[in-house]
Ligand binder design. Structure first.
Ligand code: BES
Ligand code: MN
Ligand code: ZN
Length: 486
């Protein structure tokens, strides 16, 4: 998809050259200052009862008298907000995508003016509407003809539009990386594949990538990570990528992603129904990889390290068993009471590894607990932070990106259930507060730096008819990383 901008005022829309003119209208009255032909078509459609100025309504008109573009797409925003505008763009582009239009021009009316955020979300909504998984489905629908979008804006808004487009395009590219990796079946998206994808990103974007295999991980003493991987014949990978946008002396932001490419539960086997969705258990890894791509394109003046711990969680005669005690890289021993609580077992070693970067902040991202899905559903990711300032930054990034999270507590009382008679800590507590006790487990390994944790079990993918990766929280993470530039 090609995004660009062109200066055009609302009273000159009829002359715009494109296969389709998309007019997004805010408010509940026909805005003043609109081009006469376009305004006449809009008023007539309302009068005929074919269109209403209510959020969610769209109408495609053809060959409107006096309008150069052969298609006029009307889309109502309702009460103006960036969120409502994003939904309207999504609806308008969805209405166009099965049609022949290759180039759409987009104009906003009845809103306060363009903001960077509105422009960014316009790009993201268009990209979302047009995304189609095709990789392992030769019979998938043909990609939409639509491949060029021009945002019409006043000259005065040129700088706003330029910044918003750049951010939107970078995040859209990052989301595409994350969605594609997560949607890919688990026999394709193996730990080795994730490593290859990261290396490819390194080559195309000038990022240093280091991939550690089992031997190297053994040498580092990552007994916890190794214990999860050993039930599978698929080799593990520990992936470290470094974007260097500032002097070496500047402490980096570190993102850590859970890369379980398939979570069967291991010996604590999951029930069969819906188990296929556990291919999405590398959603954290996919999102930090997507964020790396977005950041590498935006080139902020900061250092970013992305760490992915990747393996499968499988049952076998060699698999870790309930009751086994393993020694983590930190030296803490862990009694594995449930092999299905594997995410925290791979992340704890990655969190210890992160210490070597003397990070300014570390944020781990994981499809960690079913309990988080129960707590927050698919709307907000669970967010944990070691201090209020970091929590505020993560919250603000989520709001700005329309990729929201919600802070959860870390009271010490939640750690009670993790006590073990046979090791320093157990890998599970009871059912109650399951997302929080998982975070408390991780916190024990993240004491040397400012630490944040995102439980994205509810937000990384959708089930049902729309089954597929959402690419979240690439938007949140990209905004967060950008906010850390000094
Ligand atoms: N990957 C799952 C978490 C998950 C479950 C995400 C369902 C999305 C939907 C994780 O590895 C897991 O199995 N967690 C267990 C922890 C439990 C054994 C303490 C869970 O949530 O049931
Ligand atoms: Mn599990
Ligand atoms: Zn898992």
């Amino acid at each position: 998809m090609d995004f660009r901008t062109q200066s055009a005022s609302l009273d000159a829309l009829a002359g715009v050259n494109a296969d389709a003119l998309i007019l997004l209208v805010g408010g509940d009255t026909v805005p003043a200052g609109l081009d006469a032909s376009v305004a006449a078509a809009l008023k007539d459609a309302i009068k005929l009862g074919d269109f209403e100025l209510k959020a969610g309504k769209t109408l495609v008109l053809q060959r409107v008298a006096g309008v150069k573009a052969p298609r006029l797409v009307l889309a109502a925003i309702g009460k103006p907000s960036v969120k409502a505008a994003r939904a309207a763009v999504l609806a308008a582009v969805t209405a166009l995508k099965s049609r022949g239009a290759a180039h759409a021009a987009v104009a906003f009316a009845g809103i306060e003016g363009l903001s960077e955020s509105l422009v960014e979300q316009t790009v993201l909504a268009a990209a979302e509407a047009l995304y189609l998984y095709r990789n392992t489905k030769p019979s998938a629908a043909k990609p939409a003809a639509l491949d060029k979008l021009t945002l019409l804006a006043d000259k005065a808004d040129a700088k706003t539009v330029k910044t918003g487009l750049a951010r939107g395009e970078a995040i859209a590219a990052g989301i595409a990386v994350a969605r594609e990796a997560a949607n890919l079946p688990p026999n394709y998206a193996t730990p080795t594949y994730l490593a290859e994808q990261t290396k490819a990103l390194g080559r195309s974007h000038g990022i240093k990538v280091e991939v550690l295999d089992q031997k190297a991980v053994e040498k580092l003493g990552m007994g916890s990570f190794l214990s999860v991987a050993k039930g599978s014949d698929e080799p593990l990978r520990f992936i470290v990528a470094r974007y260097e946008g500032a002097a070496k002396t500047v402490a980096p932001v570190v993102l850590v992603g859970k890369g379980i490419t398939f979570d069967s539960g291991g010996i604590s086997l999951k029930p069969g129904a819906g188990m296929d969705e556990m291919k999405f258990d590398m959603g954290g890894a996919a999102s930090v990889l997507g964020t790396l791509r977005a950041v590498a394109e935006l080139k902020p003046k900061l250092n970013l390290v992305v760490i992915i711990a990747a393996c499968e969680n499988m049952p076998s005669a060699r698999a870790v068993k309930p009751g086994d005690v393993v020694t983590s890289m930190s030296g803490q021993t862990i009694e594995i009471l449930n092999t299905d609580a594997e995410g925290r077992l791979i992340l704890c070693d990655a969190l210890t590894y992160a210490e070597r970067f003397k990070p300014a902040v570390v944020v781990d991202v994981a499809t960690l607990t079913g309990a988080c899905v129960i707590a927050l559903g698919g709307v907000r990711s669970g967010m944990y932070a070691s201090d209020d300032e970091l929590a505020a930054s993560l919250s603000a990034a989520g709001e700005a990106a329309l990729d929201p999270c919600w802070r959860m507590p870390l009271d010490d009382e939640y750690e009670e259930g993790l006590k073990s008679n046979f090791a320093d800590v157990a890998n599970v507590a009871g059912r109650e507060g399951g997302s929080i006790t998982a975070a408390k487990f991780l916190q024990r390994f993240a004491s040397k730096y400012r630490w944040g944790h995102l439980d994205i079990a509810g937000t990384a993918w959708k089930g049902g008819g729309a089954k597929g990766s959402t690419g979240r929280p690439v938007g949140l993470l990209t905004h967060f990383v950008l906010s850390q530039a000094r």
